[in-house]
Write a protein of this length. Structure first.
Length: 459
C-alpha cells in the first residue's frame, strides 16, 4: 500500500466516499433535502414569478420537492405562474434530482454488490467491482453521457417539431424541446403547456419521442450500460437485466391493452380522437403512469377501471437505479416469482436458471410493504384533510409516492396540510426505497447459529 502524500490524499477521498455511501439512510435524504431547500428559496425570488412578488412559500417548496424528486405534481400552473427564470430553476432541479438519484442508486448498488463477496459475485457471473474514487468518477461520467445523449436526441426531435409544425420561433421551440426532453428522460412530467400534452394527443412526433425518453430513463443506468455492451445477446443477460427489460415490455403491453379496452370509445377521453390518436393515447396511457407524470388525456374524466390500472402501474414503477419511482419492477417480479415457486412447492426461488437469495426476497418484501404502508397512511391523512372521494385521494397518494405526478385535477385545490402530506410522500417514495433497500442489504450479517424452527398457521 502506497504511503506518499498523493496516495494518502486519494485514500482520504475514498474513505469519505465510502462513509457517505455506507450510511445511505442519513446521507441520501440529507443531500436531497439541501437541494430541495435551495430550490424552494430560489423559486421565491420575485424574478421567478410571472406577476411579480415572491411566490407563496408552500407553492415554492412543493414545486421544489416535486422537481427534485422528479414527480411532476404541481399546485400552480408551470406555464403561467413561473417566468422563464423560474422555469429554468425547475429544469435545473429536475436535472439535479434525476442525475443524483441515478448516480447514488448505482453507486449504492456497486457497494452492495461488493459486500456480497467474491464467491457471490462469481455465482452471479458479475464483475468484481471495487469502490474507490476512480469508480465514482467513472460512474458519474457514464451516467452524464447517457443522460445528456438521450436528452439531446429527444430535444432535437421535439425542437424541430415545435418549430416546423406549430409555428414557434426558433428560441421558443428550442426551449420547449429542451424542457420537455429533460423532463421526459428524468420521468418528471413537468410541462410548459397548461394542459400538459393533451393538445398533442394525436401528434406522434411529440408523443413518441417523449414516451421513448421516459422508457429509457425508467430502465435504469445499469440496464442501459449492459444493453450497450458487445455481449448484449439475451443468453448473456443478467437476472436484473432480464427482469427489467421483460418486465417493462410486459407492463407496456398489458397497460396498452387495458387502457385501450377501457377508454377507446369513451367520449371524454379517446372517443373523439382518430385511430392514430387512440393508438397514441393508449400507448401514452401505458408509458406515462410508469412514473413519468405526463398526460395526453384528462384523468379526471377517465373510467374508474382505467384509474385502477393506472394505480397499479404507478405503484410498480420502473427499473432500479433509474429516474423512475415506485417499488420497482424487480421488486414486483421477485415477489411474483417467490409466490409462484411457493405455489409449486419449491423451497428455492429461481429465475433464468439462477437462484434468488432469501435476503433479496426479504428486501423486496420489505420495500413493497413499506410502500403499501406509506400509501395507506398518506391516503388516510388526505381523507382527513379533504372532502374528496377515496378514488381520487388514493390516486393522488400513489402518484406522489411513486413520483409519477399524475392527478385527477385536485392538487391545485388541496389545503396546506394535504400539500405537506403529498410532499412527504414524494420525498419518501423518491429517496426511501433506495435508502431502505441499500441499508437492508448493507446491514445484513450472517448468524453463527440457528434457533429452533416453529411453523405458525399461515392463511
Amino acid at each position: 500500500m502506497l504511503r506518499d502524500a498523493k496516495s494518502g490524499k486519494e485514500s482520504k477521498k475514498d474513505n469519505f466516499v465510502r462513509r457517505l455511501l455506507t450510511h445511505p439512510v442519513r446521507a441520501v435524504p440529507v443531500a436531497f433535502l439541501l437541494v430541495i431547500i435551495t430550490g424552494g428559496a430560489l423559486l421565491m425570488i420575485p424574478a421567478a414569478r410571472q406577476d411579480g412578488g415572491s411566490a407563496e412559500f408552500i407553492d415554492a417548496l412543493f414545486t421544489s420537492v416535486s422537481a427534485v424528486c422528479v414527480t411532476g405534481l404541481i399546485t400552480v400552473d408551470t406555464a403561467t405562474y413561473w417566468t422563464p427564470f423560474g422555469q429554468g430553476i425547475i429544469l435545473g432541479l429536475i436535472q439535479v434530482g434525476g442525475f443524483g438519484i441515478m448516480t447514488l442508486a448505482t453507486l449504492l448498488a456497486l457497494l452492495v454488490r461488493k459486500s456480497i463477496g467474491l464467491r457471490g459475485q462469481l455465482v452471479a457471473q458479475s464483475e468484481t467491482h471495487t469502490l474507490n474514487l476512480g469508480d465514482v468518477r467513472a460512474v458519474l461520467l457514464r451516467v452524464a453521457k447517457i443522460m445528456l445523449g438521450f436528452e439531446a436526441a429527444t430535444a432535437l426531435i421535439l425542437t424541430a417539431r415545435f418549430w416546423i409544425a406549430y409555428d414557434q420561433n426558433p428560441a421558443t421551440a428550442l426551449w420547449h424541446g429542451l424542457f420537455h426532453a429533460i423532463s421526459a428522460f428524468n420521468n418528471a412530467g413537468f410541462s410548459l403547456f397548461s394542459d400538459n400534452l393533451i393538445g398533442f394527443a394525436e401528434d406522434p412526433w411529440i408523443i413518441v419521442p417523449i414516451c421513448l425518453a421516459v422508457i429509457a430513463g425508467g430502465l435504469g443506468f445499469p440496464v442501459l450500460i449492459q444493453l450497450t455492451r458487445a455481449d448484449v445477446a439475451p443468453k448473456n443477460w443478467t437476472v436484473h437485466l432480464r427482469l427489467t427489460v421483460y418486465g417493462t415490455l410486459l407492463l407496456l403491453v398489458a397497460g396498452f391493452a387495458l387502457f385501450a379496452a377501457f377508454e377507446w370509445n369513451r367520449h371524454q377521453t379517446l372517443g373523439p380522437l382518430s385511430l392514430t390518436g387512440k393508438i397514441l393515447g393508449s400507448f401514452a396511457g401505458s408509458v406515462f403512469p410508469r412514473t413519468a407524470g405526463f398526460n395526453s388525456i384528462d384523468y379526471g374524466a377517465a373510467a374508474p377501471e382505467t384509474l385502477m390500472v393506472t394505480n397499479i402501474l404507478m405503484f410498480i414503477g420502473g427499473g432500479s437505479a433509474g429516474t423512475a419511482g415506485g417499488i420497482k419492477i424487480t421488486t414486483f417480479l421477485v415477489l411474483g416469482f417467490a409466490i409462484w415457486n411457493e405455489v409449486r412447492g419449491r423451497d428455492q426461488v429461481t429465475i433464468a436458471h439462477r437462484s434468488i437469495s432469501s435476503s433479496s426476497q426479504r428486501q423486496a418484501l420489505s420495500v413493497a410493504l413499506l410502500g403499501i404502508a406509506a400509501v395507506v397512511i398518506g391516503t388516510m391523512l388526505l381523507l382527513m384533510f379533504t372532502d374528496y372521494s377515496l378514488e381520487k385521494v388514493l390516486f393522488e397518494s400513489i402518484s406522489a409516492f411513486a413520483t409519477v405526478g399524475m392527478s385527477t385535477g385536485i392538487t391545485y385545490d388541496l389545503p396546506p396540510a394535504a400539500k405537506w402530506v403529498l410532499m412527504a410522500l414524494m420525498f419518501t417514495g423518491r429517496i426511501g426505497t433506495v435508502a431502505v433497500a441499500s441499508a437492508l442489504a448493507l446491514a445484513a450479517r450472517p448468524r453463527l447459529f440457528r434457533l429452533p424452527e416453529e411453523r405458525p398457521i399461515i392463511g
